[in-house]
Design a protein around this ligand. Structure first.
Ligand SMILES: *Cc1c(COP(=O)(O)O)cnc(C)c1O
Length: 432
């Protein structure tokens, strides 16, 4: 399979280049030349397969030309070491729990797959690979965990100072070893812009053997399509679900669109955002206006310039009407999100995190407009990652903290301060 830039279909590269270079030189994003479709045979038997077997088949369809089947199988089995169960709150109202991985957010699926695929792609290289990643909260932790102590790699994480939760920060800054955290005096968009600037500097990027672990990297997205298929088959036979996706950079939603293109029967997608509502506005008006991000309590979705939007457009042939046919947008502010956390707890005795709560509000609104539909809301992180918000709404100590998160509380934070000045960042990187 070859991959092309969304800005220039004739700029085409192989898998290794698409994954390790991460970003085309023309500032577009890589897309597979054709999105794979799975045949009847698969859709007939998929209910009998394991989650890992679903992963094998999908990964084979995307990467089978370039990675031998046994290597791919090993990558998938290493990635999918935990489940993604669907929970029913009440008839029609379902939650897909994506937080059962080591860092308690859905980012573990993409980060673990990417670390393993990159290790395979560079198995004969003796050059150090430098993984650069900007995080709005959860990506950094997942990437740090996935690459920690992987020989031949070092990870540089950029996160916005004061804008991630305390435990999220510990996940980024307490591992040490081959993981370095830069605490940027700015927003997530600033972090993302710094990362992009490093990639667009071909000389620096070449010298440092830079690669990106953000969802601009296709390796992050493909494994996220596995759990859409896995979720749909946990629903009663014949039910076509509406997937409600709490969104920031829209990687998760793009992965859902990949699943639909693979042939998964999907009723509709709802893109749920906080007050960073660029995409819901676009879906309503047809006009796309990226703007600076605003800080909210669902901080991992505080994105004003969603990077995967161009991939969504590419999937729908740049047609607003076509996108609107499959995807609706809704957005909710912090007060509504807080109320939803209390309501879900009161009615369903379920603790939903601030990101999932934004999704749940969208799902509820959707079912009010479409009373016969079944919604699956993606619960993108464990509520224990956001103790300040959860304690404020449900009472102190109401959310039990899983051991793998609790042990971080006593670890030392180690970070390096960084400005939003691209030149300062460039010099720091060059001197690494
Ligand atoms: C990253 C993240 C999101 C947003 O996902 P995108 O793929 O960037 O749209 C939502 N919720 C949580 C908890 C996240 O960590």
């Amino acid at each position: 399979m070859l991959y092309h830039s969304t800005n220039n279909p004739s700029h085409r590269v192989n898998l290794r280049e698409a994954i390790l270079r991460s970003l085309p030189p023309d500032n577009g994003l890589y897309m597979p030349d054709s999105l794979p479709v799975l045949g009847e045979d698969f859709w007939k038997i998929q209910r009998q397969l394991s989650f890992q077997e679903i992963g094998h088949t999908v990964a084979q369809a995307f990467f089978g030309d370039d990675v031998p089947a046994d290597a791919l199988r090993e990558i998938i089995d290493g990635t999918l070491a935990f489940d993604a169960p669907v929970i029913t709150l009440c008839p029609g109202d379902h939650i897909l729990e994506l937080f059962h991985g080591p860092t308690l957010a859905f980012k573990d699926f993409g980060a673990r797959f990417m670390a393993r695929l990159m290790a395979w792609l560079t198995r004969d290289d003796d050059r150090m690979l430098t993984v650069l990643v900007a995080t709005s909260g959860d990506t950094g932790g997942a990437v740090a965990s996935a690459f920690h102590q992987v020989p031949g790699t070092r990870v540089v994480i950029l996160y916005p100072k004061g804008k991630v939760s305390g435990l999220q920060e510990k996940q980024l800054t307490a591992l040490g070893g081959n993981i370095t955290a830069l605490e940027v005096d700015g927003t997530f968009d600033d972090c993302q812009a710094l990362v992009k600037s490093a990639f667009l500097d071909r000389e620096l990027s070449e010298n440092l053997n830079l690669t990106s672990a953000n969802s601009i990297n296709l390796a992050r997205l493909v494994p996220q399509s596995f759990y859409y298929i896995h979720a749909a088959r946990q629903m009663p036979q014949g039910v076509k679900s509406v997937f409600v996706v709490p969104s920031g950079n829209f990687g998760n939603l793009t992965a859902g669109l990949f699943a639909m293109k693979l042939g998964l029967p999907v009723d509709h997608f709802v893109a749920a955002t906080n007050s960073n509502n660029v995409v819901p506005d676009f879906l309503r008006t047809g006009h796309y206006h990226p703007r600076p991000s605003k800080q909210t309590i669902s901080n991992a979705m505080d994105v004003g310039t969603p990077s995967n939007f161009v991939r969504m457009q590419a999937i729908f042939g740049n047609s607003w009407r076509e996108m609107k046919f499959h995807v609706s947008g809704m957005w909710f502010d912090d007060d509504q999100t807080r109320a939803a956390i209390r309501e879900v707890n009161a009615i369903h005795n379920y603790q939903i995190d601030p990101h999932g709560a934004v999704g749940w509000l969208a799902a509820k609104a959707w079912r009010e407009q479409h009373p016969c539909s079944a919604t699956i809301t993606l619960e993108t992180a464990h509520p224990a990652k956001f103790p300040a918000v959860m304690d404020a709404e449900l009472g102190a100590g109401s959310v039990e903290i899983p051991d793998r998160l609790a042990i971080l509380a006593d670890r030392e934070k180690a970070s390096i301060p960084m400005t939003t000045d691209k030149e300062v960042f460039r010099e720091w990187l060059a001197a690494m």
